[in-house]
Design a protein around this ligand. Structure first.
Ligand code: SAM
Length: 320
């Protein structure tokens, strides 16, 4: 599968549910209620991914949401994707609230890597951003995830002016101390802060400036694909691997190798663009591989070379 610009699709980001156990200020609108009826079932997900791997060379799947760990059948989904489909990696993005409980079982089921969202190390600020008094649980989850064998465990931090800019140096020190990679994500003009985006967005250059007392030098790392531009950040004692996901100040669309499918079947060739249809008619009542290929190919034909300036407000259910 490739789009009109010749970019090959190797990576599926699959949202398992619009439900979430947090209500992050930049992600989930206060009034949003994501319905969970009729979501793709574990068997349908297995059939879909199996076809994308065998017919189209997909190599990587990331499970996201909403919050993927709110799906009661998450372990079944992971097991089905792990067993014999031929993926090179099965990853998940989570808010980490239940990782301390779930990590070992997820590893047993076949999950290999995890990204955990962590926007603050201050318990009050964490609660203010996420709506949940959960910092200790998330930190415990990160610790258990690493010990359970998930590798790598990466931290995702969305940087928002007025929330956590003064904390970036501390977060890098935390990452260095724990031996974790951290990625700072530029706020995208989607979701509840879209109207205030100009005032709340912090570009990479300013993020780095805010860490000048902590990071003594930035050593660029060789680009190996993916959304982040990565550096080895040298600190007074030790170092951390730090990535910047700069969708707004320096987009990485030229390297985009991903498509997204939401749990209701909506199909997004680009995170910030409108959905290019829905795959459910090719999944139910019976799997129709040729029909699925037609839907996917039509979406890829219309995928722009670069993402639009503003996004539709779907991040909360689609995953970043
Ligand atoms: N619940 C999981 C979590 O908390 O990581 C997965 C879903 S969450 C929607 C996926 C990612 O989207 C997170 O890293 C989140 O921080 C990011 N995200 C949500 N809204 C965003 C926005 N407006 N700009 C940039 N990143 C955003």
């Amino acid at each position: 599968m490739q789009d009109a610009c010749g970019r090959k699709v190797r990576y599926l980001r699959l949202s398992l549910t619009p439900a979430c156990s947090m209500r992050c200020v930049y992600c989930r609108p206060a009034t949003y209620v994501g319905g969970t009826d009729g979501l793709l079932s574990p068997a349908e997900i297995q059939t879909l991914v199996g076809h994308l791997v065998s017919a189209h060379g997909l190599t990587k799947v990331r499970l996201t949401g909403g919050e993927p760990t709110t799906r009661p059948d998450l372990l079944d989904i992971v097991r089905r994707l792990h067993s014999g489909l031929g993926l090179s990696g099965l990853a998940m993005t989570t808010n980490g609230l239940t990782l301390a409980r779930d990590a070992a079982a997820l590893v047993d089921a076949g999950l290999t890597r995890v990204n955990v969202s962590l926007d603050s190390l201050d318990a009050e600020r964490f609660r203010g951003i996420t709506g949940v008094d959960g910092l200790r649980r998330v930190l415990a989850g990160i610790d258990v995830a690493r010990k359970a064998g998930l590798s790598p465990v990466k931290i995702n931090t969305v940087v928002v002016r007025g929330e956590n800019v003064a904390e970036l140096g501390g977060l890098v020190q935390f990452a260095a101390g724990e031996g974790l990679e951290i990625r700072f994500i530029e706020l995208m003009p989607m979701g509840p802060l879209a109207a205030q985006w100009q005032h709340r967005y912090v570009p990479e250059s300013e993020m780095r400036q805010s860490m000048r007392d902590t990071v003594l030098s930035w050593e660029p790392l060789v680009y190996e694909g993916g959304a982040a531009r990565r550096y080895r950040a040298h600190l007074a004692s030790g170092f951390a691997t730090v990535g910047f996901i700069t969708a707004m100040s320096c987009n990485f669309c030229a390297h985009c190798d991903r498509i997204r499918i939401a749990a209701d079947g909506s199909y997004y060739p680009c995170l910030m663009d409108n959905p290019a249809g829905n795959i459910l008619p090719a999944i139910r009542p019976a799997f129709d591989p040729a029909g699925l290929d037609r839907i996917l190919a039509a979406g890829l034909r219309s995928k722009s070379a670069e993402h639009p300036a503003t996004g539709v407000a779907v991040m909360t259910s689609l995953g970043g």
